[in-house]
Every structure is written in C-alpha cells, then in structure tokens.
Write a protein that binds this ligand. Structure first.
Ligand SMILES: *[C@@H]1O[C@H](CO)[C@@H](O)[C@H](O)[C@H]1NC(C)=O
Ligand SMILES: *[C@@H]1O[C@H](CO)[C@@H](O)[C@H](O)[C@H]1NC(C)=O
Ligand SMILES: *[C@@H]1O[C@H](CO)[C@@H](O)[C@H](O)[C@H]1NC(C)=O
Length: 604
C-alpha cells in the first residue's frame, strides 16, 4: 500500500490522497475464506431460491446470472427450495451444474408444504441423489441440508436413509420438535408477526429478535441459522382461494435486521428470499428467468436490486464476525425504497379481484386492502453507504429533508409525499451522487389494485431490470381495469448529470460496468403509457427525453445517455385544478425546466 507521503510525492492533493487511501484500505480488508467457515460451521451466508417458479428454465446456463450476481455480493450458497413438481429433478441438475461452473455452492431445502414429514426415506433418498455433486455445500465435511417447515420428520431416519450423514439444519420450531438428530435449526420468523402468521398488533407482537432468542435457547449450542428479509406483502386472489392477502411490517427492516445480524452472534444467515416474487421479498433481479404465479401484478416495475447493494458490505462484515460495517464499504451508494402509494389510498372500487364468493371458514380470506396494512408506514427509506461524512438531501413530493451523514451505513427517512422522489449526496459543496427516481408516488391504483410492494432504487443507478415475458403471463388475469398491460414500463433511473465533476469514488461502476451513470440503458426518450390520458403525451415526451420518465403515466421507448434538461427559471410546477396527482411529478419536472403546458400544468 502507498503511504500518504508517497502519494504526496506523486503530486496528488490531500483530498484525493485521502480518498485513494481509504479505498485502498477497504479493498485490503480480507474476508474469511469459504473453506475456513465451512470447516468451522460458522458465518456462512445463504439465499433462499424457489425452484417452484423456474420450471421454464431449459439449461444450466439459465442459472448462471443468478449465481454470478449472488457470488459478487458475497452469498456463499443458494438454498434450493423444492416441492414435488415434475420438473424438480431436472431443475436441480441444472442448478447444481451451473453452480459448479460458477464457483457457487448449493443445497436442497425441502418444502414441507409439498414433501411429507412421514416420508423420511423419500427425503433421505433425494439428499443422497445430489450429495455427491461437486457444487453441494459441505459443512464440517458433510453435505448440508435444510427445509421450510418439517416438524414431525424423523431426522435420524432421514439421515440413515440418505447414507451420507448430512449436516441437517431444518426449519423445525422450538417446542414442536426435538433437537435430537438435527445439527441446528433455521428460523423463518423474519418479520414481526402476531404469532399466528399475520401482522402484529400492540397486544400480540412477536418480534424477529424474540424468534432468535427462542431458537437459541431451544438449540443449546447447536447451529442457529438466522433469517434476514427485506419485506413481506402479498395480494393473491383466487389463485390461493383468497387466503393470501396480507403484509408484515417491513419499512426499514432490511437495514435494521442487517445491523442485528452483525451483533447477534449467529452461525449462519439465510436471506428470505432470492426470487419469491409473489411475497415481495425477492432481492434477486426481476429479469432472472421465471414463470408467473400471479405475483407480476404487484412486482412489475418494482425493482429490488438496490437491496443487494446494501447487503454486500454487511455480508462481508458478518463473515468476519465484525460488528462495524464501515470498513467493508468499497464504493459509495445511496439506496432508497418506498411504496408507490400512500396507505390512505382507496382502491376498493377497482380492486375486486377478491370479490368472488369465498369460504372464510379459515378466517384467512381478506378482500381488498391487505390485512395488516396499518403496520406499513408512509415513509421513504434512504440508506447511505459512505466512506467519509457528507450531506444528504432527500425530497419526496413536497417533503424535503437534509441530513449530515457520517461515514459508514446510515438510515434516514423522509415522510412519503405524492410526486417526484429525488436524492442527492454532496461533500464540500461538490455533488457526489444525485438522481430522481423513475417511480413517482401517486394516488393512482396501478392495475386497479392495492400494491404494498416496495420500489427500490439506487445511486449510481443500477442496470435496467425488468420482468421477462414468462414473468408477465398472469399480469392481467382477473383485473378489473384495462389500462394495465403485461409489459415493463420502467427504464433505469439515470443519475442527474452532475453539475460538478464526480469524485473518483462515485464515478466507479456499482455492480457491473453497465451500472455506471452513463449506462446505455438509461431512458432518453418516451411517450404516454398505453391506456393513459393523451394529456400526458407532451409531458412524457419532454420529460423522458431528459431522462425522467415516470412509470405509470409514461413509458420509456428509447435508452441511452440523456442530455441535461434545460435550465428553466427554477419555478416549480403543479397539476392544474382537477387534474390527478399522477401529473404532479411530471409538472414539477417540466415546469422547472421551462416547459409548463397550459391544460395540464401551472406554476405553483
Ligand atoms: C412490536 O414490538 C417492536 C419492538 O418493541 C416494536 O418496534 C413494534 O412497533 C411493535 N409492533 C406493534 C404492531 O406493536
Ligand atoms: C374472514 O375472517 C377473518 C377472521 O375472522 C376476518 O378478519 C376477515 O375480515 C374475514 N374476511 C372477510 C372478507 O369477511
Ligand atoms: C385532459 O385535458 C382536458 C382539457 O384540459 C380536460 O378537460 C380533461 O379532463 C383532461 N383529461 C384527463 C384524464 O385529465
């Protein structure tokens, strides 16, 4: 490593020298090797991957991009969740093969919604079938196996049937199973609940941390695998007999839980999930090839990729048993997320997906707004990953806040407001990162339904990430509006061109070379979205051509580096009386840049 003195001799300014030194320092932090953590049965990081929605994959290479991305953020292995679908074995073969090709590890996670707890022999046989594969995760020299649910399975009988002495860490529950025969256990309690699989109430509130404590005390010294999840919201109708329409309080969970993971003394952590689109807790890309079980209605355009950017330094810190994430931050980022509507929005008139008569004997049938909606806060969450202190400004519609933010990982919140969502980090008066989200917060019931999923954005902007055709096949099924098309409408949010030269750190690509602010997939042209009022046409063509192409009213049709918008005189714009708030972001953008068409917008 170069010393400060030698950098000075190279003629660099003190500021640049300090920045270079700190990036050298973070790149130099070595993270414990996979082998040493496997041997110690400690500090491994997994992501739960649903095989059930990837029955459309046709080769091992269909798994490559998932494994490469997961590996790049430090995930050690995928927990391959399997049911008993006809394509399960074929998909396991593809996944094990791709994992081996990409230097990743995998293991089977039996889903006991489908597997029978009485079938220890069948489970053991499936373990044996894949245990010898080179990509099989070994822990303490034994093939690793996990589950979703499974209380009642005879663990010793399963192990005997497998003949391979697996390291078994199932999702058994304290008080419902013995720890005899298992090597550890995995808690699925990644969200605060009421103890009965619904959102908590003040009188019935079982927190994630209480789940950790009860598992650790039940397990004695055996391996504890802790859950970490960013979100939970789901809105199914007849697909599941109207029984799956609820949320768990999610808000700042992804940030807060990672902080807990660093201090919790857990052996392993498993991210819930990589690709469960339907429950909105996916952290993998929308573009990852998969089918559509109905979840596209609330996942289309709802990119979550920024959550992986947030997790990356926490994963590295966890592997080293370090409680301080700061020195694992290699590049500076802003990650922000929010819901696209405020919770006061009433979509009852068009959210009739759930109006069909259903038997409510289970007490799980909820019509319209998801059960537990009150536990979601109307906030915009903004996490900064910084190498030195800076100023953050965040604007959500009419609400603006400024913060002095220290080096490291920091969460700030802004009350959510209708309209544009903009974020900027500056240091010593110089712009470091700035940008406007393509997802406005509106009072429009997109697709006519309640949508409590999160939209996640990041600066520098990540690559464009959209659902593929297979992931959109059920989007319009059962909808009561015709304005919702089975196609993505969100481009990648381009960073607003910096008025000052960017620092060396912010100019670095975030995840891949295509993730730089000059990413050619950024929007630089668009028009009114199909089905939207023609009144948006002029606003959309103007705004999209300058890189602001809000999903909903507009659709991006051309991608590339957008030119900087005209300066305008800085006056803000508002929709004219009687126009919907879905115009507010557009009017604000176009008027402040000198285009304020009568009949749609006015200066406010
Ligand atoms: C549940 O308890 C946690 C921890 O005290 C608290 O943060 C949360 O607000 C509570 N939730 C409800 C719905 O009362
Ligand atoms: C179904 O039963 C539950 C529990 O009693 C209740 O909270 C819910 O509102 C009922 N759903 C409908 C649509 O009536
Ligand atoms: C479009 O603009 C016209 C003229 O200002 C107005 O009468 C009409 O209500 C607008 N339509 C919508 C959907 O806002």
């Amino acid at each position: 490593m170069l010393s400060m003195a030698s950098l000075r001799r190279l003629g660099l300014s003190a500021l640049a020298a300090a920045a270079s030194l700190s990036s050298l320092a973070s790149a130099d932090v070595s993270v414990r090797s996979l082998e040493s953590r496997q041997t110690a049965a400690d500090k491994l990081v997994f992501a739960h991957f649903m095989i059930g929605i990837v029955g459309d994959r046709t080769s091992a290479s269909d798994y490559d991009s998932d494994f490469q991305l997961a590996k790049s953020v430090g995930i050690d292995a995928f927990a391959l969740n399997i049911g008993t679908d006809s394509y399960t074995d074929q998909q396991l073969e593809y996944a094990y093969t791709s994992a081996a090709n990409n230097g990743m590890k995998v293991f089977i996670s039996f889903d006991f919604n489908w597997w029978s707890t009485g079938d220890a022999a069948g489970v053991g046989a499936k373990v044996k079938q894949f245990a010898g594969h080179p990509a099989q995760l070994q822990v303490d020299g034994r093939p690793f196996v996990s589950s979703f649910a499974g209380d009642g399975l005879d663990a010793n009988a399963m192990k005997a049937a497998s003949g391979v002495n697996p390291y078994f860490v199932p999702n058994f529950h304290p008080g419902q199973s013995s720890t005899d025969g298992i090597d550890g256990a995995f808690s699925w309690q990644a969200w605060d609940t009421n103890g009965n699989n619904k959102a908590p109430t003040p009188g019935a509130n079982v927190t994630v941390a209480q789940g950790d404590a009860s598992y650790k005390s039940w397990l004695g010294g055996k391996t504890y695998m802790a859950p970490v999840s960013p979100w939970f919201s789901t809105h199914y109708g007849p697909e599941v007999l109207y029984s799956k329409n609820f949320v768990f309080p999610s808000g700042p969970l992804w940030y807060n839980r990672w902080q807990e993971i660093l201090t919790g003394g857990f052996n392993f952590v498993e991210i819930i999930t990589w690709n469960d689109i339907g429950e909105s807790h996916y952290v993998g890309p929308l573009s990852s090839k998969h089918g559509d079980d109905g979840g596209s209605k609330w996942a289309n355009d709802m990119d979550h990729s920024g959550w992986l950017t947030l997790a990356k330094p926490f994963i590295a810190a966890f592997k080293n048993g370090d409680t301080d994430v700061s020195k694992y931050i290699e590049d500076e980022h802003v990650i922000y997320w929010y819901r696209r509507n405020l919770k006061s929005l009433n979509c009852d008139a068009t959210d009739t997906t759930f109006n069909a008569p259903a038997n409510n004997a289970s007490g799980n049938y909820f019509e319209g707004i998801p059960n537990g909606w009150q536990t979601m806060d109307d906030d915009v969450y903004v996490v900064t990953l910084l190498k030195s202190s800076a100023s953050l400004s965040a604007t959500s519609g009419g609400n603006s806040r400024s913060f002095n933010v220290p080096a490291g990982a920091t969460l700030n919140t802004v009350p959510a407001g209708l309209g544009k969502q903009s974020f900027a980090v500056s240091r010593n008066g110089q712009n470091v990162l700035s940008g406007t989200s393509l997802m406005d917060i509106t009072d429009v019931c997109n697709c006519g339904i309640y949508n409590f999923n999160a939209f996640v954005g990041e600066l520098p902007a990540g690559p464009r990430d959209v659902l593929g055709p297979d992931g959109l096949t059920s989007l319009t099924v059962g909808l009561h509006v015709t304005t919702c098309l089975p196609q993505p409408s969100l481009g990648t949010n381009p960073s607003v061109p910096a008025s000052q030269p960017a620092t060396p750190t912010s100019a670095k690509p975030s995840k891949t070379s295509s993730a730089a602010p000059s990413d050619p997939t950024n929007c630089n042209g668009g028009t009114v979205a199909p089905g939207e009022s023609g009144n948006f046409t002029g606003l959309c063509s103007f705004a999209c051509s300058y890189g602001y192409c809000p999903v909903g009213p507009c659709v991006c049709t051309s991608f590339g580096q957008a030119p900087a918008p005209p300066a305008g005189d800085g006056r803000d714009g508002c929709p004219i009386a009687g126009e919907p708030s879905s115009y507010s972001g557009l009017c604000s953008f176009t008027c402040s840049h000198g285009y304020c068409p009568e009949g749609a917008c006015q200066y406010c």
